[in-house]
Design a protein around this ligand. Structure first.
Ligand code: ATP
Ligand code: MG
Length: 462
C-alpha cells in the first residue's frame, strides 16, 4: 500500500513530502469547516494529526471515521503549528477501510481501567498503555540478544516439552496424547506412561536450565530465551502460568561471575530502555507514576547491594517490623521480606546469596559450611525477585548425595550425572523472568498487563 509508518514519518519525514498513512482513528473533531483526526498505527507512542479542510473531497469520508475505524489517508506533510508535534498531514484523500460502530466499539473513552481492558485482550493493544508495553517488550527482547551476542554467548534453543520433572520449580503441566479418560482421575502420578506418546511422562518445561547446563559444558557460554510454564495456582500480580525466561549458563564460572553478569545485564537493559523508549517511559511516568527516565538512568549504573541470606535474616529480625510470615533462619524469604530489603533497607536492587540448602534446588553448589548453597536471587524494589540463579554442583559425589536427600532416583537423571563424570567443570547461571523485568521498567503493577496473552488460572480466552 506504500504506506509510511507514523514512527518513520516523525523520525524521517520532510515538510512538503507526499505520503500515505494507515491506522486506527483515536478521535475526531470538527471546527469551523476544518476537521482533525488523531491517528495511531501502533508504531509509536504519538498519534499523528490529520487535517482535513472542508473543501477537500476527503471531507465527505468523515462520517465513517469514527473512533476505532481503520483508515487510509494521503496528503502532504506540514510543519505542525501546535505544540508537542513537529508534523501533521494535510489530507487530500481519505478512505475508510473498516468502520467501527460507535455504539459498540468498547474503546470510546479515554482512561479505561486495566481490569476492564483485560476483558478485551484483543483490543487493548490499541490503547496507549498496551502499545507502550508492547514496544518496550520488543526493544527489551532485542536488547537481550544484543547483550549476550556482544559478549560471545551462543543462543541455544532448549525444549518446551521435556521429561525432567525434578526441578522443584513449582507444579508442572503434563503433556499427553492420551484421552483424559485413560488417565483416571487421581491416578496422574502413578499412571503407567509407557503407553503415552513419548513412552514416559512428559511436561511443559519450567526452565531450560538442565539442558542449558550440558550445552554450556560443551559450548562455553550459552543462553536461552523462551517460554516456560508453571501450573502453580498462585493468583498474584507477579506470577503467570506461561512466562518468558532468559537463562544464561556459563562454563568455568562461579557465583561471583554469575552475580556480576546479572548486574551488567540489568544495567544494560535499563540503559537500552531509556535510549530506545523515551516516549514510552515518559508516558508511564506521567500516567502511572511508578517509573521514570531518571530512575532508570540511575539504575543503569547503580551497583547492586549484596548480602548473604544469613545477613538478610538478621536485617529482617532487627527491623522491629511485624511481618505476616515468620522470619527464621531456614525459612524462605517471602515477598514482604524481599520488599522490605529493597524498598526500605537498600532503596534499590539487592543480590541475596548463600541460601539454606534445604530451601533450594538439588543442583545448587553446596558451600563449605555444609548448610548453605551458592545461590543468588536479585531482588528489586516494588517487585521482589526478578532473577534466581546459582553456581551448579559440579562434584559427582556431592551431587549424588544431594539427590538422595531430595528423594530423586539417580537413574532418572543419569545424563545429568554424566556431565559430572566426563569433563565436569565449575559452571553457573541464572533465570530472569522477562515479564517481571518489563514490569520493573514500565512500572506496571500487574504482570498480566505486560504480556499480550496472559495465562493464569482460569485465564486463557485471548
Ligand atoms: P517466585 O519465588 O517469585 O515464585 P521462583 O523462585 O519460583 O520465583 P525461579 O524458579 O528461580 O523463580 O525462576 C527464575 C525467575 O523466573 C524468577 O526470578 C522470576 O523472575 C521468574 N518467574 C518465576 N516464576 C514465575 C511466574 N510464575 N510468572 C512469571 N515469572 C516467574
Ligand atoms: Mg515460584
Amino acid at each position: 500500500m506504500g504506506r509510511l509508518r507514523i514512527q518513520s514519518l516523525f523520525s524521517q519525514g520532510q515538510a512538503g513530502q507526499s505520503v500515505t498513512v494507515c491506522g486506527w482513528v483515536r478521535s475526531k473533531r470538527e471546527s469551523k469547516g476544518i476537521a482533525f483526526i488523531a491517528l495511531s498505527d501502533g508504531s509509536t507512542q504519538d498519534t499523528l494529526q490529520l487535517v482535513i479542510p472542508s473543501e477537500s473531497s476527503a471531507f465527505h469520508e468523515l462520517p465513517g471515521c469514527n473512533t476505532g475505524a481503520a483508515i487510509k489517508a494521503s496528503g502532504i506533510i506540514r510543519e505542525s503549528p501546535g505544540k508537542g508535534q513537529q508534523f501533521e498531514i494535510e489530507v487530500s484523500t481519505l478512505a475508510v477501510m473498516g468502520n467501527a460502530d460507535s455504539e459498540h466499539y468498547p474503546l470510546q473513552k479515554k482512561g479505561h481501567s486495566l481490569e476492564f481492558l483485560r476483558d478485551i485482550g484483543h483490543l487493548r493493544p490499541r490503547t496507549n498503555t498496551f502499545g507502550a508495553v508492547l514496544r518496550v517488550r520488543n526493544v527489551l527482547s532485542q536488547a537481550v540478544h544484543e547483550f549476550f551476542q556482544s559478549r560471545g554467548f551462543i543462543w541455544i534453543h532448549t525444549p518446551i516439552i521435556t521429561s525432567s520433572d525434578c526441578e522443584g520449580a513449582g507444579d508442572l503441566f503434563t503433556v499427553t496424547s492420551l484421552d483424559p479418560g485413560e488417565i483416571k482421575k487421581g491416578d496422574r502420578d502413578t499412571f503407567d506412561y509407557s503407553q503415552d506418546f513419548f513412552g514416559k511422562r512428559a511436561y511443559l518445561t519450567v526452565s531450560g536450565q538442565l539442558e542449558a547446563e550440558f550445552l554450556a559444558l560443551s559450548m562455553g557460554d550459552v543462553y536461552t530465551f523462551g517460554p516456560t510454564f508453571r501450573a502453580e495456582n498462585s493468583n498474584t500480580s507477579r506470577h503467570l502460568s506461561e512466562f518468558w525466561m532468559i537463562e544464561p549458563e556459563m562454563a568455568f564460572a562461579d557465583l561471583n561471575d554469575d552475580t556480576s553478569l546479572a548486574e551488567q545485564f540489568i544495567h544494560f537493559l535499563c540503559k537500552r530502555t531509556v535510549e530506545s523508549c523515551p516516549d514510552e517511559i515518559q508516558f508511564f511516568e506521567k500516567f502511572y507514576k511508578n517509573t521514570s527516565i531518571r530512575e532508570l538512568e540511575a539504575l543503569s549504573e547503580k551497583k547492586f547491594a549484596r548480602i548473604s541470606y544469613t545477613e538478610a535474616i538478621d536485617e529482617l529480625k532487627k527491623s522491629g517490623r511485624k511481618f505476616e510470615f515468620p522470619v527464621e533462619w531456614g525459612l524462605d524469604l517471602q515477598s514482604e521480606h524481599e520488599r522490605y530489603l529493597t524498598d526500605d533497607v537498600f532503596q534499590g536492587p539487592v543480590t541475596v546469596t548463600d541460601y539454606p540448602k534445604d530451601i533450594k534446588a538439588f543442583y545448587m553448589r553446596l558451600n563449605d559450611d555444609d548448610r548453605t548453597v551458592a545461590a543468588m536471587d536479585v531482588l528489586v524494589p516494588k517487585i521482589g525477585e526478578i532473577i534466581g540463579g546459582s553456581q551448579r554442583e559440579e562434584r559427582l559425589d556431592v551431587l549424588e548425595a544431594r539427590l538422595q536427600q531430595a528423594g530423586i532416583p539417580l537413574e532418572s537423571i543419569d545424563w545429568y550425572l554424566d556431565l559430572r563424570r566426563f569433563g565436569s567443570a565449575p559452571h553457573a547461571g541464572f533465570g530472569l523472568g522477562f515479564e517481571r523485568f518489563v514490569q520493573y521498567v514500565t512500572g506496571m503493577s500487574n504482570i498480566r498487563d505486560v504480556i499480550p496473552c496472559p495465562r493464569a488460572p482460569h485465564t486463557i480466552k485471548f
